[in-house]
Design a protein around this ligand. Sequence first.
Ligand SMILES: NC(=O)c1ccc[n+]([C@@H]2O[C@H](COP(=O)([O-])OP(=O)(O)OC[C@H]3O[C@@H](n4cnc5c(N)ncnc54)[C@H](OP(=O)(O)O)[C@@H]3O)[C@@H](O)[C@H]2O)c1
Length: 314
Amino acid sequence: MEYRKLGDSDLEVSAIGFGAWGIGGAPFWKTEGDPASMKALRKAVDAGINFFDTAPVYGFGHSEELLGKALKPVRDRVILASKCGLRWSRKALGAITKNASRASIEEEVEGSLQRLGTDRIDLYQVHWPDVNTPQQETMEALLGLQRKGKIRHFGVSNYSLEQMKDAMQNGRFIALQPEYNLLSRGIEAEVVPWCLENGIGIVAYSSLASGVLTGKYGKATRFTDWRSKGIIGTFQGEAYERNIDKVERLAALAKASGRTAAQVAVNWVLRQPAVATALVGVKNARQIEENLSAVGWAPAPDVDARLNEVFARK
Ligand SMILES: NC(=O)c1ccc[n+]([C@@H]2O[C@H](COP(=O)([O-])OP(=O)(O)OC[C@H]3O[C@@H](n4cnc5c(N)ncnc54)[C@H](OP(=O)(O)O)[C@@H]3O)[C@@H](O)[C@H]2O)c1
């Protein structure tokens, strides 16, 4: 495994990060069951993955609980990243609201610490910007948790450039977690240069476009899980079909290079500026095994040029 500094911080994160949304299960994803999820987590640890990303909302606590169980024996060797700012009134997709107020964050962290079975969270991220709470209040709450030792570092996720600038005036955060993959390159124009200038490390999420870049889905696929709800990503309609055309070309390029589409897609994320870790969600140990081979190589220049042409930034 390769390790990289997360921005200017003292955290050294594995190039592949374990994205623990999927293993949280319902109502978002269908899993292969907790034993398969635990096996995937243990496989990740054995392979040197040290960065695990979760959130209270992933399976409404279940993802954090699984991480707590699987990582207990190796707690001091791993970097636990969780989030705050998404609350739910009942366990349903339509019942989730944004709340990054001081009161909410201070309450949420206690639940996360308990489910994760730890006394500190290494990276605590604001899950989504909450436009109803001033950034000053959110950042002050995070600084307060840091002073108490409940979190080591904090970061933001899904923030725009303006929101990051506003937040930074109120508290030095170390990481941004944005969606970033071959099909979603919106951060490249302004956000990435700002992160580089300010020593902010990028934790790229949905490196496989939530499975689409593995090449296993086609135009006829009808998603029935969260991917049918239009929350993030593109999983239906003409835009989805155009993406599948591109993924077919990715699969052909990968095959000609002796790689899988997933490996080439994650490898591409890892070669982009400011990216410290590419989060990849997995359901079982086999998927981890395949994704591990995304690290430590670069495609031939003509293959890379073709990739950038097919997935050109708009
Ligand atoms: N901050 C945020 O708002 C936010 C949003 C989204 C994600 N994230 C983070 O980023 C992580 C990764 O993103 P993601 O879960 O959206 O998806 P992803 O990593 O882009 O894709 C993961 C899915 O692809 C499939 N897959 C993975 N490896 C595979 C392989 N080798 N062969 C075939 N299929 C494979 C698995 O699903 P199936 O087996 O079911 O197909 C897996 O759940 C999340 O777990 C979470 O930690 C954060």
